[in-house]
Design a protein around this ligand. Structure first.
Ligand code: SF4
Length: 191
């Protein structure tokens, strides 16, 4: 892909990510919920990420880190993947990008890391509205409060549009489903 076009599409992730953060903040504020971390840190969850455009955004952030930092993270990614080969109940290590409780690539983290934890709804064409609950800590603290509308649909739709444009520009058409560790280790995932 033409590198200017690639950079241009990736640049458009920035306002989209900002819109996700703002939507999350507004929904959290409606419950007066502030995430202060918890034992079940969502960075221990085996999330899959589904877009090449987010993968490239994350890789760009990763490639700007000093080599020594990259090496540490890749070593953690290797052990994370080895651990995942064991039964899910035993696999509870933090995401390799979590260092001392903080995300090393916070500005580049993908959508699901931005939106997780607050109850939300999703409206897929031709399907009934799908409601999903908040995380364990949210439920412990806010479970009795009435649902505040948090519609992820427009955010998913905009990401899907960007992904489609990105794949078209790359000249590929593929499904993408990888964890952060796999994304970090997989130059082979390219393009
Ligand atoms: S990418 Fe960052 S926010 Fe997402 S799980 Fe990993 S450390 Fe946590």
């Amino acid at each position: 892909m033409d590198s200017a076009l690639r950079a241009d599409i990736l640049k458009r992730l920035v306002p989209l990510y900002a819109a996700m953060d703002a939507a999350y903040e507004a929904a959290a504020a409606a419950y007066r919920f502030v995430c202060t971390g918890c034992e079940d840190s969502c960075c221990r969850t085996r999330f899959h990420h589904h877009t090449l455009v987010e993968y490239h955004g994350l890789r760009d952030g990763f490639e700007r880190l000093p080599a020594v930092r990259q090496a540490e993270i890749l070593a953690r990614a290797e052990s994370w993947c080895a651990e995942q080969a064991r039964p899910v109940s035993e696999a509870r290590s933090l995401c390799p990008l979590n260092s001392g409780g903080r995300c090393v690539l916070y500005a580049h983290r993908p959508m699901i890391c931005r939106l997780h934890g607050i109850p939300h709804e999703l409206r897929r064409p031709g399907q009934l509205e799908q409601r999903s609950p908040g995380c364990g800590e949210f439920n412990r603290r806010c479970d009795r409060l009435p649902y505040h509308p948090f519609d992820r649909t427009p955010l998913y739709a905009e990401l899907a549009r960007l992904e489609s444009e990105f794949q078209q520009a790359l000249g590929v058409r593929r499904r993408f489903k990888h964890t952060i560790a796999e994304m970090l280790l997989s130059d082979r995932l390219a393009p």
